[in-house]
Design a protein around this ligand. Structure first.
Ligand code: PMV
Length: 328
């Protein structure tokens, strides 16, 4: 069998993080400047079931069977075995590389899972539909934090802007792929402070349990902002979208998931002419995003670096995405 390779992009959450775990809608977009890649190579001189995993970015260089049962790479491979029924696997080496910073809200865990699932399934002769790839990656996301909303695996699989909602009780989901009425330019600023999603999600859950009324009110306000933002994006009203992003950021501060370094980057973005800015992803570190006119993006990126960002990405989301509704 020839070697097979598959990739998946990074992502940012434009609006609605955390509230999405509690049933509110959220919007996420792919970030093509960073990617995870999985490659599968045959190992013809090894017996069936021999699977070797190399992931140099995270220091993994071992037989699959030597990884912890709940290691995300092992769980991703297990999903493909369960889905395809191919067991034992033909002897192979799985190599995983990624340019997506880890634990920074750019969807590295979901992108690695999607790339591995796609590459391995393809290697075994199965072209899985996007929906199945996303569902299998969702199972891997549960390792990263127990109660994922499913937004990360969805946006990374479809690699299009998505409007996403999941019923936290019934599990039903609504996923719409939609197009902006005008291209969006985002500057992403990395605080350089790693923050595992699980920690921030657990912090919000504790706070919600301690004061459900207060937190449900915050989640509902965010839900309203996201619904308005969807209209602003489709209408191409970028100043309105920016203002909604900044309002979302204030609610994330209230929720307790921002921090001084992120707030400073957000303030720098706003004083450098961004239409709006907010933290993006789980928070407590990681990335912030700013919505800006394309011609101002380079200057804004430099201002963010001066203000403490360790790196920046400029990404553009254009109008070409076809609209598709998927409900389950
Ligand atoms: O993985 P991150 O940092 O982009 O965070 C995911 C978004 C959350 O809403 C915080 C969690 C989730 O599962 O939706």
């Amino acid at each position: 069998m020839p070697a097979i390779s598959a990739t998946a992009p990074g992502k940012v959450i434009l609006l609605g993080e955390h509230a999405v775990v509690y049933g509110q809608p959220a919007i996420a977009v792919p970030v093509f400047q960073v990617r995870a890649r999985a490659m599968v190579f045959p190992a013809p001189d090894k017996p069936a079931g021999w699977v070797y995993v190399q992931a140099p970015d995270i220091g993994v260089d071992a037989l699959l069977a030597e990884l912890r049962e709940e290691d995300p790479l092992r769980v991703a491979v297990r999903q493909v075995i369960n889905q395809t029924g191919v067991e034992p696997l033909p002897a192979l080496t799985l190599r995983v590389t990624s340019t997506i910073p880890v634990a920074s809200g750019l969807g590295s865990g979901a992108a690695v899972a999607v790339a591995v699932i796609r590459a391995l399934a393809e290697y075994l002769g199965y072209r899985l539909p996007e929906e199945i790839v996303s569902d299998l990656a969702f199972e891997v996301e549960k390792i990263h934090h127990g109660t994922p909303s499913g937004i990360d695996n969805s946006v990374v699989t479809y690699a299009r802007p998505i409007y996403f909602e999941r019923d936290p009780v019934g599990g039903g989901k609504r996923l719409e792929i939609f197009s902006p009425g005008r291209s969006l330019t985002l500057v992403i600023g990395d605080s350089g402070i790693p923050s595992p999603t699980a920690r921030a999600v657990a912090k919000v859950r504790e706070a919600w349990k301690a004061d459900p009324q207060c937190y449900d009110r915050i989640f509902q306000k965010i839900g309203e902002i996201v619904r308005m933002a969807r209209q602003a994006i489709e209408a191409g009203d970028l100043p309105a979208l920016g203002s909604l992003m900044s309002q979302n950021h204030e609610l994330l501060i209230e929720m307790g998931v921002s921090r001084e370094e992120i707030n400073q980057l957000v303030n720098t973005a706003l004083s450098s002419g961004a239409w709006g800015a907010k933290l993006s992803g789980a928070g407590l570190g990681g990335n912030m995003i700013a919505l800006v006119a394309e011609e101002k993006a380079d200057d804004l990126a430099s201002a963010l670096i001066k203000s403490g960002a360790v790196r920046t990405f400029i990404t553009r989301i254009d109008e070409r995405a076809a609209r598709v509704d998927i409900q389950k």
